[in-house]
Design a protein around this ligand. Structure first.
Ligand SMILES: Cc1cc2nc3c(=O)[nH]c(=O)nc-3n(C[C@H](O)[C@H](O)[C@H](O)COP(=O)(O)O)c2cc1C
Length: 175
């Protein structure tokens, strides 16, 4: 694949603004975690989510070996958490997480946390698509951290749905 094409592809998909998550897993006391924006909800019955983890990543190894993982959806003030979890080869930034009673490693102060058991892993190019069944959720709320064109930010007020014009995702086809 030419470098120019990869660069054009990156620029193109970078137009898709996303939230930012941290996926953590723990195999035999060895924690791993990564900043990840390839998160999506997949199914309501059962509750399924999907994350795409790089093939050589420590987080994929810990996730597949332990059979479970946590997804923490970061809030606006957690840009430094996102940076700490995206440094290749860096030690696990343990100060950002608090191990819970079940042994998951959610990020403290996250807007929301989904604890998952691995349902299926499909190889896809240089990544693995991990589908997880959600076993518990926590919803702190607050403003989300946004990622767009390689930069972190927040939602501008004019992007918020105006009062009186609610958009309910449970009204759309399939929801
Ligand atoms: C905003 C952002 C989003 C990212 N999304 C992903 C992703 O969806 N999948 C992925 O494999 N890596 C993603 N990364 C890169 C990983 O965070 C990075 O490679 C990390 O060092 C992998 O850690 P590990 O090898 O310890 O598991 C993202 C990085 C940033 C900054």
């Amino acid at each position: 694949m030419s470098e120019a094409l990869v660069s054009a592809f990156r620029g193109c998909v970078g137009e898709f603004a996303t939230g930012v998550t941290v996926v953590t897993a723990d195999h035999e006391g060895l924690p791993a975690g990564m900043t990840l924006n390839s998160f999506t909800s997949v199914s309501l019955e059962p509750l399924l989510v999907l994350v795409s983890l790089g093939s050589g990543s420590r987080t994929l190894h810990a996730t597949s070996a332990s059979g479970r993982f946590a997804v923490s959806i970061l809030s606006r003030g957690q840009r430094d958490v996102a940076l700490d979890f995206s440094e290749a080869g860096a030690p696990f930034p343990a100060m950002h997480v608090a191990r819970d009673r079940e042994g998951f490693l959610p990020v403290s102060g996250a807007a929301a946390v989904l604890r998952c058991h691995v349902e299926r892993i499909e190889s896809a190019g240089d990544h693995a698509l991990v589908i997880g069944e959600v076993v518990s959720i926590e919803h702190g709320g607050g403003e989300p951290l946004i990622f767009h064109r390689g930069r972190f930010g927040g939602i501008e007020l004019d992007a918020v749905v105006p009062a009186g014009h609610p958009i309910a995702i449970d009204e759309g086809a399939g929801w």
